[in-house]
Design a protein around this ligand. Structure first.
Ligand code: FE
Length: 205
């Protein structure tokens, strides 16, 4: 069993090298062009990213009815907002939201691979795809969250949401205290990708 979680130390560099080799091969075979990967990355860096998620969360903070609709049916609620075209595609149809609350902290992961709500959060960071995070976060979430600098008291329940090809979770963090006078745009700046993954809370005002 020990070896089950004994992943190679250089796995990030190894994955990157394998990805480059795969891209080269696909270009050589004429399946993609040398611009294809850059175009896809650009789309997820400039149009589909955590800046969309921040807008969704800030709206949920100021509009309780919207938050209810978001948790009940995220794609429909997200469609109410003026966000870039494409929110409903590229896995947007599978997006679901879970809201933190007093006594409840949510954490998202994909135990199988790297499923992630792309339109809301963009592309996942390496650690989200890393087998150690995926396995440890499911087995010992409190210990992993502590390593992220987030200590969850025993009195607070931690719920894990396992994303898949059918469901892509994101977290609506709690609105920080003392933010009553902030504008919606100011609130957006407090919503980090990490907070929407559940490995952090929203920034303090
Ligand atoms: Fe996955």
């Amino acid at each position: 069993m020990e070896d089950l979680f004994n992943y190679r130390e250089d796995r990030e560099a190894y994955s990157a090298a394998r990805m480059r080799a795969l891209e080269d091969l696909l270009i050589k075979k004429g399946i993609i062009t040398d611009r294809t990967v850059d175009t896809v990355l650009d789309f997820f860096e400039t149009r589909m990213g955590p800046f969309n998620g921040a807008k969704i969360v800030a709206r949920a903070w100021i509009d309780a009815a919207f938050k209810e609709r978001l948790v009940a049916d995220a794609p429909s609620a997200i469609a109410e907002l003026a966000l870039p075209e494409g929110m409903a595609g590229a896995e947007g149809e599978h997006v679901r939201a879970v809201a933190n609350a007093p006594g409840l902290h949510n954490l998202i992961l994909c135990t199988l691979c790297s499923c992630y709500p792309w339109p809301v959060l963009g592309l996942p960071p390496y650690w989200y795809k890393d087998p150690t995070f995926r396995s440890r976060a499911a087995r010992e979430p409190r210990a992993v969250l502590k390593e992220f600098g987030l200590e969850i008291p025993e009195s607070v329940e931690v719920k894990i949401w396992d994303s898949s090809a059918q469901v892509r979770w994101f977290v609506v963090p709690e609105r920080p205290a003392g933010t009553e006078s902030l504008s919606e745009a100011e609130l957006e700046t407090l919503v980090t990708p990490e907070a929407m993954m559940g490995v952090a809370i929203a920034k303090a005002a």
